[in-house]
Design a binder for this molecule. Structure first.
Ligand SMILES: [Zn+2]
Length: 332
């Protein structure tokens, strides 16, 4: 089983709205149900700009909440780095509840899952997700051997396995090479829950990420808009994505995470070796993401690492039995 993810999060550049519309329609036309992570701020922006066409294009797909404001400070890690878990849980709930409400107002349904913004996370998020009734998170920085699905503090977690970047999509040769690699992996690992990130609509359309003005902890009053790429480049990127979607639809139809969450999961306690990998990999992931260019300088991950590892006793390995996995995959 394979799940394709895209992030819809740029509230600044109006062309990003059109890109989200175009790319959501590409998925629909290819018969591929994607997983789109949408920020609360993007939901408010689309509603304010009356872009019901964009909301309608996203609606057939599995939709998740991509935090309330993504790169606007404080990010998740900046908000929660220096507080005790209980206070962090209160703050995380308040932040994500704003996103949840904007999402529900825009789409008329709750998010099916939650996806961390950029490279930022803290374990209090799982407490907030439980209270909001969101059953899963993706782009998990909690990690087990083979990046397998797991349950952490009561919430199902999916780690990203593969990605194709916007620079790959924009270059025909690079796209062909990278897509061949991904398609090979997908056909090789048919029984796994394989999570593949395929980009941000806004970066298909612009030369840089929308949030560059927020780098290094800055909050500009009027963030600089991004320069758009030439139409020719955008058209190539779209054509390359469309051909990838047709290819992946042939070897094993990608499905929405919401359909997978409905399957019968089995949960097992991790063995000692898996627990050791969890501690090492998760701590390393959290220590690495403080260097996300958006974060303020001097952000210390030690408290977040400690709060996360203190919840190791809640960790469970999540497995689908063969029958459940087959039932979800129409290609098998
Ligand atoms: Zn994002």
């Amino acid at each position: 089983m394979v799940h394709l993810f895209m992030d819809v999060e740029d509230p600044i550049n109006p062309l990003a709205d059109d890109a989200a519309l175009d790319l959501a329609r590409l998925f629909t036309e290819a018969g591929v149900r994607g997983n789109f992570c949408v920020t609360g701020e993007k939901c408010r922006t689309l509603v304010a700009r009356r872009r019901t066409d964009v909301l309608d294009a996203l609606a057939p797909h599995c939709l998740g909440l991509h935090t309330d404001t993504h790169s606007v400070h404080p990010t998740t890690m900046e908000l929660l780095a220096d507080v005790a878990f209980e206070e962090g849980a209160r703050l995380a709930y308040l932040a994500e509840k704003r996103g949840f409400d904007a999402f529900a107002a825009a789409f008329g349904r709750p998010p099916a899952f939650w996806g961390g913004a950029g490279n930022t996370w803290s374990p209090e998020i799982t407490d907030a997700l439980g209270r909001l009734g969101i059953p899963a998170y993706v782009y998990a920085l909690t990690e087990l051997p083979d990046r397998c699905a797991h349950r952490f503090n009561g919430v199902l977690a999916f780690t990203q396995h593969l990605s194709v970047s916007e620079d790959d999509w924009a270059d025909d040769d690079r796209a062909a090479r990278r897509c061949a690699e991904v398609l090979h992996e997908v056909s090789r690992r048919r029984t796994d829950c394989l999570c593949v990130f395929v980009g941000h609509p806004t970066r298909f359309r612009h030369e840089r990420f929308w949030d560059a003005p927020y780098a290094g902890g800055r909050t500009p009053a009027r963030p600089e808009p991004a320069k758009s790429v030439e139409d020719r480049v955008y058209e190539h990127a779209k054509a390359n994505l469309a051909s990838f979607l047709r290819g992946i639809a042939q070897i094993g139809r990608p499905i929405g995470l919401d359909d997978v969450l409905r399957l019968p999961w089995r949960f097992e306690s991790p063995d000692e070796a898996s627990l050791a990998v969890f501690r090492d990999r998760t701590a390393a992931n959290l220590q690495a993401v403080v260097h996300w260019p958006i974060h303020r300088p001097g952000l210390d991950p030690a408290g977040i690492v400690a709060k996360t590892l203190a919840l190791s006793n809640t960790l469970q390995v999540a497995r689908l039995d063969e029958k459940g996995a087959k039932g979800a995959d129409p290609s098998r």
